[in-house]
Design a binder for this molecule. Structure first.
Ligand SMILES: [Zn+2]
Length: 305
């Protein structure tokens, strides 16, 4: 169990370093994410390497603010070009989902302020999964705002190992599958969707916008590692079933590329109906991830369940 976690984490971190240099160069140590298997989903071809490159972009993309914007209802985008961060505002303060890298905290703070909100109003910090590009900033955000950090039980060990500048990772409430987090009339539900990490979490909530109610899904990465173990095979099989069954009008993700954020934002700016309301595309990322997972499994000579 521990070995799997270490492998996943190191694969992700090494890959981050590589993509940081150039999406297609070979990393200094270990293997780059392989360029096989190749899969095609809805006319687009992907390899593990291309998916990671798409998710991470360049180092500049990872640390440069994407224009902060309202997504729908009380949900706002405050992340970078490739690493998402969402502010959910309520009359009793705000919830921040994904602090990203610690160095991005001032970037997120600026985006929150640009939208007219106070960073110090953040009362709760949540995350999609225990990797540094999504949750490394938790300790600093807590330090700056006093927010409560809440995390899925299965991700707690990986979070506790995440200590930027030696700071202990704060965890004020341990969550379990199906737990609810409520603030100022907004309730988020935590769905355990493991595989990418042991406690990877898909968050759902309802958003009210222009008199209608929408199901919003904050999807988490379902990207399989290069080598699947019996444990993560079982986890992914369960997670794909769960994600496919979740009600969804608006799909978000821990990387903007998972829901075509940049293209949708361009359409948002040109006016017309809210492009983020797009039930038809809600499960595309899960379809890509599952097709890749099954292709990796087949390459490994595994039985396709
Ligand atoms: Zn990750």
């Amino acid at each position: 169990m521990k070995r799997t976690l270490t492998l996943n984490l190191s694969t992700c971190l090494i890959a981050v370093v590589i993509v940081g240099i150039s999406p297609h160069t070979v990393q200094a140590q270990g293997q780059p994410p392989p360029d096989h298997p190749s899969i095609t989903v809805r006319g687009q071809t992907y390899t593990p390497r291309s998916i990671l490159a798409r998710n991470m972009g360049t180092p500049e993309d990872q640390s440069t603010a994407f224009p902060p914007h309202k997504v729908i209802g009380n949900i706002y985008y405050v992340g970078t070009r490739t690493l998402t961060s969402y502010l959910v505002t309520t009359p009793q303060g705000a919830i921040l989902i994904n602090t990203t890298y610690e160095r991005n905290v001032p970037v997120i703070q600026k985006s929150v302020e640009q939208l007219g909100f106070k960073f110090s109003d953040i009362k709760i910090v949540l995350g999609n999964h225990a990797h540094g590009d999504h949750q490394e900033g938790d300790a600093l955000v807590k330090q700056l705002t006093g927010a409560q950090v809440m995390a899925m039980a299965e991700d707690v060990p990986a979070l506790q190992a995440m200590k930027p500048g030696g700071k202990a990772h704060p965890i004020d409430r341990i969550l379990h599958d199906g737990d609810q987090v409520t603030l100022g009339g907004t309730t988020l539900v935590a769905h355990l969707t493991p595989g990418h990490t042991r406690g990877a979490t898909t968050w759902t909530m309802k958003a009210e916008d222009a008199g209608k109610t929408y199901d919003v899904m904050f999807g988490c990465s379902l990207r399989a590692p290069d080598k699947l173990t019996p444990q993560n095979i079982e986890e992914f099989n369960r997670s794909f079933m769960i994600v496919r069954a979740l009600p969804c009008d608006v799909q978000l993700g821990d990387h903007g590329a998972q829901y075509n954020m940049q293209a949708k934002y361009a359409r948002l700016r040109s006016g017309g109906p809210n492009p983020f309301i797009d039930p038809g595309s809600c499960k595309v990322e899960a379809e890509i991830a599952e097709t890749m997972f099954r292709a990796i499994l087949a390459e490994q000579g595994g039985r396709q369940p």
